[in-house]
Design a protein around this ligand. Structure first.
Ligand SMILES: [Zn+2]
Length: 198
């Protein structure tokens, strides 16, 4: 027994989502089928709206809805320190700690030779350009505490230190091999406080 074509189509789209297998897709599809038309429309609208309104901040490459992202647009932020992270979700993780008042730079990944990702595939050139234009005194590298994140941190340190800018790395109170976004606020907050010289 097969589903109606429109349900098959929904299932196929849902299964393409990260972490969603056939079982989860079926559960979500059933929810959508049972729910009222307004709720289903709100979900569809929310998806369409983020695609329409969200772009990358031209300064730090975080997600932005206005011209600049919320952090770059905030005049209260300390613009002498840049925190370098791999993904926009890591900005959210660091912000949640309340321990950092500087600005960010999002690389959109980490160096991973196995996956064919080198410095040119990341927003590193843009970071170096910012260091020339803006009055940055410190670069705090908060890439993930795994092999790719460490490789990226060391690569950046070698690139930035000759510019006479202080380069620090978050301390590893974080589980090695873990992801920044899954760390609790206290652990990540301590790691930011106990950053070390690279
Ligand atoms: Zn920004």
């Amino acid at each position: 027994m097969r589903y109606a074509p429109s349900i098959e189509r929904l299932l196929k789209e849902l299964e393409r989502l990260p972490g969603i297998g056939p079982k989860s897709a079926q559960r979500i599809a059933y929810y959508v089928l049972r729910t009222d038309a307004d709720s289903a429309q709100r979900l569809a609208d929310a998806i369409a709206e983020v695609k329409r309104t969200i772009h990358f901040c031209p300064r730090c490459f975080n997600f932005a809805e206005g011209e600049l992202c919320g952090v770059c647009a905030d005049p209260e932020r300390d613009t002498s320190i840049i925190c370098v992270v791999e993904e926009p979700r890591d900005v959210v993780a660091v912000e949640r700690t309340g321990e950092f008042s500087g600005i960010y730079h999002v690389l959109h990944g980490a160096i991973s030779p196995i996956d064919g990702i080198g410095p040119d595939q990341l927003r590193m050139r843009e970071l170096i350009e910012r260091l020339g234009d803006e009055s940055i005194a410190e670069v705090l590298i908060a890439t993930n505490p795994n092999v790719e994140g460490e490789t990226t941190a060391l690569y950046l340190a070698r690139l930035i230190k000759p510019l006479g800018i202080r380069v620090t790395r978050i301390a590893s109170g974080l589980p090695v091999g873990g992801d920044l976004e899954y760390a609790d606020e206290v652990t990540l907050g301590r790691a930011l406080q106990a950053r070390r010289e690279l």
